[in-house]
Design a protein around this ligand. Structure first.
Ligand SMILES: C[S@@+](CC[C@H](N)C(=O)[O-])C[C@H]1O[C@@H](n2cnc3c(N)ncnc32)[C@H](O)[C@@H]1O
Ligand code: SF4
Ligand code: SF4
Length: 340
């Protein structure tokens, strides 16, 4: 597909049409080595181009119907201080925090393309009201939602409405022993959160999931968490430790094992939003030279306009063959490989 998209398909423009056609056909024809095949192949490609151009909106041509995940890191702020994670050390200044209306607009614009909207952070439930606004809107738009939380701010009213909306809640647990839990969270939160997890299980039933981070430090604890989840009938996912800027924990699995696992990175189908509204295609975008800078900001620009820029589509193309350990992050893996 062409990597140069126009924003408003409803307002055809001849010059854009020519640019779009040439932008697709020239690189295609250069890839045909056999001179005898050039003409028929270009004719077929032109036919394909015409079909896609007139029968699909530009955003659908790369971002297929229900085939993308929108991931919103709603804040960097957190009420825990996990040594594995450096996010809580850099909360965004209040004036840089995106207004919720901008995210809701982004969700509305993209909903046909989304199989899921995921909220993470920092701690998303520090913005519980906004999380609920998104949950309500996602329900109206028929987009399943997942919220990843440390569980501290859960309460009965939130859980009851969240259950009705049919969304999934993921609570992060790296140990089920009080001493290790408190060490791993950097706060004495075991006695606060454990009862809330039980309440969440009671109210949410199978809409509750648990995720753990596997590292050298947590290696002895994770099998106990998995056993605990089995005992309570909760689906569980293990995420491999990654560099989240803290550098206090160490990998159990080598970088080589992570990149040689035979699975391609699925992140190119992601659309990620930072707390200030900056848009990237994966939260490890700085590893890709062309993607170092954000692609745009949803507080200032329409999300479709941002995703239709040449750089956005070039970045997505590069990501097809990107192979860093971060591809092992749950949000960058095919969904079917996750919770069991
Ligand atoms: C950054 S947290 C944000 C949401 C929420 N505060 C929580 O802890 O669930 C999202 C997920 O990343 C996991 N995580 C934190 N530090 C990590 C690291 N260094 N490597 C891999 N996963 C990590 C957390 O355990 C959690 O499941
Ligand atoms: S992992 Fe989650 S709970 Fe822990 S410090 Fe990071 S954002 Fe906060
Ligand atoms: S391997 Fe890492 S940097 Fe590359 S696309 Fe996947 S998540 Fe992004």
């Amino acid at each position: 597909m062409s990597l140069i998209y126009r924003l408003k398909q409803s307002q055809p423009n001849f010059t854009h049409g020519i640019q779009d056609y040439l932008g697709e056909i020239i690189p295609f024809s250069r890839r045909i080595k056999n001179p005898l095949l050039k003409v028929p192949m270009v004719a077929l490609k032109s036919l394909e181009w015409a079909i896609y151009r007139w029968h699909k909106t530009p955003i659908r041509r790369f971002y297929g119907i229900k085939s993308n995940e929108l991931i919103y890191m709603i804040t960097n702020a957190c009420n825990d201080k996990c040594p594995k994670c450096g996010i809580w050390e850099r909360p965004e200044p209040k004036e840089q925090h995106l207004r919720i209306q901008h995210f809701i607009k982004c969700l509305k614009r993209l909903h046909h393309n989304l199989y899921q909207v995921t909220l993470t952070g920092g701690e998303p439930l520090l913005f519980k009201r906004d999380v609920m606004l998104i949950a309500e809107e996602a329900k109206l738009l028929n987009v399943p939602m997942v919220t990843v939380t440390n569980g501290r701010m859960l309460d009965e009213a939130f859980l009851a409405r969240y259950k009705e909306l049919g969304h999934i809640l993921v609570i992060s647990i790296d140990s089920v022993s009080r001493e290790k839990w408190n060490e791993f969270r950097g706060t004495k939160s075991f006695d606060i959160v454990m009862p809330k997890i039980m309440l969440a299980k009671e109210i949410l039933g199978d809409q509750l999931r648990v995720q753990s981070v596997l590292s050298r430090e947590s290696a002895e604890e994770i099998p106990k968490v998995i056993a605990w989840c089995k005992e309570h009938g909760i689906q569980h996912n293990t995420q491999l430790y990654q560099d989240f800027g803290a550098k206090n924990w160490a990998n159990l699995v080598t970088h080589k094992q992570m990149v040689d696992d035979g699975t391609p990175c699925a992140a190119r189908k992601n659309i990620c939003i930072y707390p200030n509204g900056d848009v990237v295609k994966c939260f490890d975008h700085r590893r890709i030279p062309l993607a170092k800078q954000p692609l745009g900001n949803i507080g200032e620009q329409d999300i479709i306009e941002i995703l239709c820029t040449k750089r956005s589509t070039e970045v997505s193309k590069i990501m097809k063959t990107c192979n860093f350990p971060c591809k092992a992050m749950s949000c960058n893996k095919p969904q079917v490989l996750l919770f069991k």
